[in-house]
Ligand binder design. Structure first.
Ligand code: FAD
Length: 287
């Protein structure tokens, strides 16, 4: 099923997982999927290493298993910065063979140590290429606080419109910790004529190191309320975990009340956290 069709009838709940870091340990991810399955997600998406790492084949294998062995709709991420057009055609063929219909089409982060292939400069180039060469549902990334490389929020929205015009059927946001950024972004997107469903990407933060890494990578703002949690519980892992879960639930409750299209939970491969959040929000999604 094409995941964009889900939004017509419900608020969508999806989970993101990533292939295990060490090669040869792909089986460990299936313990996570076993647990996530009980939460009946609308889809599970599987990330992709843009640097051309071994995890790329794992993305395909996990997405295929989620779809065919677990009967859950799957989304395979695909980052184009280090791919040629031939690579994308061959990957799309594999997807088709396994019945994977949904691709989260990305540029990927630029790695200064890897010379990029120059077939695709932006995600929009990948999106139009996939649309021309196959019948896939395309999801694209968006950034409520703007992408770190954009010189302005306005420029970023123009580029997002280009991405949607190229064929993106739905959007998922980068993580954010202040919902007001999301609401302003949603308004700007509507003004720009972007009218595909937008799911909010929510990351429950459970340790301080994780968040410091995210802030450096994504350039997201940390509200005062969030910072006090980090500072108060940084040396108490259980309290930090519980506070991170509570913060994410608080964000999601507000987003649902404000009429969000859907929630995409960055699970960090931790089914316990996904379960705690699911228990708190699933009746709200259905209400
Ligand atoms: P683009 O849409 O190409 O945007 C990159 C920059 O270029 C932006 O500043 C944009 O404003 C600008 N731009 C875009 N189009 C144009 C244009 N036509 N002309 C001029 N400027 C333009 N990374 C991974 O490696 N693997 C993953 O699995 C992965 N999953 C992700 C999932 C989500 C939901 C999100 C939000 C991000 C994910 N990322 C992943 C990170 C992503 O690869 C990086 O944020 C990357 O830096 C940008 O990717 P993009 O697809 O948004 O790029």
């Amino acid at each position: 099923m094409k995941t964009a069709e889900l939004f017509a009838t419900k608020k969508v709940l999806s989970f993101e997982i990533f292939p295990p870091k060490r090669t040869g340990s792909i089986e460990t991810i299936f313990r996570t999927v076993d647990a996530l399955k009980d939460l009946k997600p609308d889809f599970i998406s599987v990330t992709y290493g843009a640097g051309g790492s071994n995890s790329n084949r794992a993305t395909f294998e996990i997405a295929a298993a989620v779809k065919n062995d677990y009967g859950i709709e799957s989304v395979a991420h695909l980052a184009c910065i280090n791919l040629t057009k031939e690579d994308v055609l061959s990957i799309s063929k594999d997807f088709k063979q396994e019945g994977i219909e949904n691709i989260l089409a990305l540029r990927g982060d630029i790695n200064p140590e890897i010379e990029p292939k120059n077939d695709f400069k932006h995600a929009s180039d990948l999106i139009s290429f996939i649309k021309e060469n196959g019948n896939f549902n395309i999801i694209a990334a968006c950034y409520p606080e703007g992408h770190t490389e954009s010189s302005s929020i306005v420029e970023d929205i123009h580029n997002l419109k280009t991405k949607v015009d190229a064929g993106a059927d739905q959007l998922i946001t980068q993580l954010f910790f202040d919902n007001d950024y999301f609401y302003s972004f949603r308004e700007r997107a509507a003004i720009a004529g972007i009218n595909v469903p937008i799911q909010a990407g929510i990351m429950p933060v459970t340790n301080k190191k994780q968040i410091e890494k995210m802030v450096t990578l994504c350039g997201v703002d940390l509200p005062r309320k969030f910072l006090s949690i980090m500072n108060r519980y940084e040396h108490n892992p259980i309290a930090m975990r519980d506070a991170g879960i509570a913060y994410a639930i608080d964000q999601i409750v507000d987003l649902i009340a404000q009429g969000i299209d859907g929630i995409h939970l960055y699970t960090m491969n931790n089914p316990y956290i996904a379960l705690r959040i699911y228990e708190a929000i699933h009746t709200l999604l259905e209400a």
